[in-house]
Every structure is written in C-alpha cells, then in structure tokens.
Design a protein around this ligand. Structure first.
Ligand code: AOF
Ligand code: ZN
Length: 336
C-alpha cells in the first residue's frame, strides 16, 4: 500500500478549512483529517461560528477508528473552554497517536494545546504547509493581533494604471473571469465598503453572486444623497450609510460589528486616504490589456513627491485571469 506523505493530508485539511471561508465570523477557518493505516477515517472543518471545531467533526466521523490514528489539523488544537470544550481533551480521550499541526494558535485565550498533547504522550509535528496555513487565515490572524479588520482594496486598471477613461466611463475594464474572481473576495469578507461617488456613478449592487449565500454588510461612506431605488439597497444584504469620512469612524463601526475582513471597492480619492493612513493591508489589482490615456489613475493625492516617500508592498501572487493579470500585494510578508 502506498502511504501518502504528510503534505498530502495537510493539503486536504487546508482544502476542507477553506470550504468555510467567510462563514466563521470572528473564528479562523480550520480543517482536520484523521488517518489510520494510510486511509482517511474521519474528516471535518469548522463550519460556522459557535459550531464544533474541526477536530471534533473529524473525531465524530471516525468514531472508534480514531484510536491509534494520526490527526492532521491546520491550527493548533484549542486548550480552552470557549463556545465549546477544549479540543485537546477529545483528541487525548479518543486515543489519537500523533498530531500534525500546520501552525500555532496566535489567540492567547485558546493556545496551549501543543504542550497538553505532548504531556499526554502524543507525538506532535509542527509546520507542515505552514505558509499556506498562515496565508489562508491571514485576515483572522491580523484581526487577532491588531484588533481591527484586515482591509483588502480591490481595483481594476489599464496597463497605464488608469481606472476610467477621460470622460469617467469605466464599465468594464477587467474581463469576465476577473469579475468572477472578485466574487470570491467579496464572499470572504464580512463587509464591503464603497463611497457615495461610486454608488451614484456605477450603481453597484456589491452582492456575492456565486451561489454561496454569503451576505456581507454593505457600507457606503459619504454625504451625498443615494436614491432609495439604488441597487446598493437591493437583495438580502444589510446596507449602512456612514457620513463621517474618517477611516477611524469606519473602523469603529466595523469593529462593533465583529468584521474580520473588509473589502474596499471605492474610487481613487478614498483609496489614497486609506493608504495614507496605513490602513490597507492588501491590494488586489486586475490589470487589463488596454490603454486608457488621460483618465484618472489608481490614486489621487497620495502625497508621494520623492522616491523616499514611496509606499512599499510585497508581491504575494500573480496569476492570469482570461486576458487580465491579477496581482496580490500585501503590506506584511506572509512568506516564512
Ligand atoms: C475554531 N475552530 O476548528 C479551531 C479553533 O470560542 P470558541 O470555542 O469558538 O473558540 C475559538 C478559538 O478556538 C479560535 O479563536 C481559535 O483560537 C481556537 N481554535 N477555533 O473556531 C476550530 N480549532
Ligand atoms: Zn478547538
């Protein structure tokens, strides 16, 4: 019988975790697989905030087969009484023989699982597919350590870095595949932020049209009146208007609603302000193979006059979507 390497099972556990992206609220996405004699005997993921943790779902599925098995879990099992009982106790009671953990838990309330497992005589291996595990929970990890949402700014631009033509027209710059990809960023966010200018000009709905029934809050920032029949009010998602332009007011509102990841789909002035205040954690740029000449550029008023004032980002990933290129930039490097 061919035995799969640890990477295979951890990859599967990470795939399971990602099934719940955008549904776990202030909790991470976590996946777990129990393997006995080279065969998966139980698997599960954390499906929803308040629900059982990934390890518990996998243990329930495995039943007695958990005894002597190896557990592959994408996050250090918890050792605390929170919404649920400590996972380490269930893992120990079930007779699991060894545990592969991708990354430690940065949540000070829940950590401590690794030493509890070791004290119980269970072999613990840490670090399998660590980079991927860090990346897939980056918003939650950021939220845990910074007490504010992870902010993703998405923008579509031409080769010459314009987001509209000189007359303001901008529908559509990016292609169909890029626009479909945007749906997954929306779905992974608990809030989508835009300005009254964008709402009045483009009449966007900012919904998640991927059949997943995820309904992020829509936040419109600005003073201009929005007609009641604007698409931003359509569908099941809640929409709130915030008249205060200051990023701080918005952050407070998002924090009061437990938003872990928020996405900005806004114009260049609002984006520049958020960049200037160092609040953008990730930029997703879809570059289309077109030139637009004299239209507005990605930013206005970024207040960079000299190369020494530049804003530095890390390129995390680059990929082709139809004839567009998607580049993901982050302020912090998630590579280790
Ligand atoms: C999860 N799912 O599969 C694992 C988690 O208050 P609770 O009981 O929901 O616990 C939340 C914390 O438990 C969470 O922040 C994380 O540190 C830890 N592990 N959480 O939601 C899981 N394994
Ligand atoms: Zn747990």
């Amino acid at each position: 019988m061919k035995l799969e390497p640890a990477e295979h099972w951890m990859g599967h556990a990470l795939d399971l975790a990602m099934l719940a992206l955008g549904r776990t609220g202030t909790n991470p996405v976590v996946g777990a697989v129990l393997v006995l004699d080279g065969v998966a005997v139980g698997e599960g993921h954390h499906e929803v905030l308040g629900g059982p943790h990934a390890e518990i779902n996998a243990l329930r599925q495995a039943g007695d087969a958990a005894r002597g098995s190896s557990l592959f879990v994408t996050l250090e099992p918890c050792a605390h009484y929170g919404r649920t009982a400590p996972c380490v106790d269930s893992i120990i009671d079930a007779g699991v023989k060894e545990v592969f953990i991708s990354v430690r838990d940065p949540n000070p309330v829940a950590t401590g699982g690794i030493s509890r497992l070791e004290e119980a005589g269970i072999l613990v291996h840490i670090g399998e597919l660590r980079e991927r595990a860090l990346w897939e929970n980056r918003a939650w990890r950021h939220w845990i350590s910074n007490s504010r949402p992870y902010l993703v700014w998405k923008v579509a631009a031409s080769i010459d870095g314009r987001i509209a033509a000189a007359d303001g027209s901008s529908q559509w710059i990016s292609g169909e595949q890029s626009r479909q990809d945007v749906q997954s960023i929306r779905g992974a966010s608990q809030a989508i932020i835009t300005g009254t200018g964008t709402v009045l000009r483009d009449d966007p709905e900012l919904s998640v049209r991927d059949g997943s029934n995820r309904t992020p809050l829509r936040v419109v920032v600005g003073n201009r009146h929005i007609p009641a029949d604007a698409k931003i009010f359509a569908g099941p998602q809640e929409t709130i208007i915030i008249k205060d332009h200051s990023p701080q007011a918005l952050i407070e509102e998002l924090n009061s609603r437990d938003v872990v990841q928020a996405m900005l789909e806004c114009g260049p002035r609002m984006a520049a302000r958020w960049i200037a205040d160092e609040l953008i954690d990730e930029i997703v740029v879809y570059t289309a193979p077109i030139l637009l000449g004299g239209g507005p550029s990605l930013f206005s008023d970024l207040e960079v006059t000299s190369i020494s004032d530049k804003r530095q980002f890390h390129l995390h990933d680059m990929r082709r979507f139809g004839s567009d290129v998607r580049a993901i930039y982050t302020t912090k490097s998630w590579e280790v």
